[in-house]
Design a binder for this molecule. Sequence first.
Ligand SMILES: [Fe+2]
Ligand SMILES: [Fe+2]
Length: 337
Amino acid sequence: MSEHAYTVASSPARVERDGGTRIDVTAEQMPILEGIALATLELEPGAAREPHWHPNAAELSYCLEGQATITIVEPGGRRVPMRVEPGDLAFVPPGFVHDIEPSPAAGARFLVCFSDERPEDLSLTASLAEMPAHVLAATFGVETEAFEWVKPVERDAFIVGDASASEASATPAGPYRLELERMEPDVANDGGSLIFGRRDGFPVLDGLAMYSLRMRGRGVREPHWHPNAAELNYLIEGSVRLTIVSPGGEVETVDLAAGDISFIPRAYFHHIEVTDDADARMAVFFDHEMPSDNGIAAALSAYPDSLLAAAFGQPESRLAALPDMAEDVLLAPGASE
Ligand SMILES: [Fe+2]
Ligand SMILES: [Fe+2]
């Protein structure tokens, strides 16, 4: 496979516990990654991802299945629980402690994107175990015996099976959650739809964003680039082909199946097309909270036909025959063959 693509399930960075599994794709597995990484997280009913934080990375989670409560404790101690369901995004700023408790009935499955190619983890269990019992006792104003059970652990709990999570006491909304798939699409046409999960609709975002991209069978994502952002996309369903043109003339075309990711460095030129008649769905993550987009439609239309004719070595009439596009189209139905 191309260095720009990776099958998540083949990652050796798989952490399995009684209550679930996390599979990481970081720069360790995919050296081309820069400023972004992805994990899939599956939690069984009644399990929990233990409280932890990421010193060097923000986290943007997209719920694929099930239901869960993610609880953040803000600096200063305010507790912010939020119920997340399929199609919701949850954002955790760098260093903020958080846990995930799936619904006892359903479990939950997430895509978890980080704003660093090598995200760091500190867990509550491993961290607490390094503190002297008398210090913890003094902190809580109790006798040292009350904390003598705290011993260095061989491994942190990570995912706790049978945590008997309380039924979610969720807040109706919070600054850290966005019900992305309940929003009106920002783009919708015969090629598919796009919903932007970015800072203009989700002000807490910093250093990450996600677009929900749905493409109809044979549909086309306009050739484009993101001047300010690298892109890491995860194909949820369908079959797509992607071409990436790198500076220096390197060109890679990759065919992706469900469960594959691809990485497009900042401002590299790329397109996506659905290779069969079935619809495709992608979670498209960016390493910027307001990713920008330059499409080929408006860019080509903005330059004079005479200039483009000279550049491409073609008669001017060929360029003049193309429609002038004032705006990018983003998505288009596939051309009939
Ligand atoms: Fe996390
Ligand atoms: Fe893109």
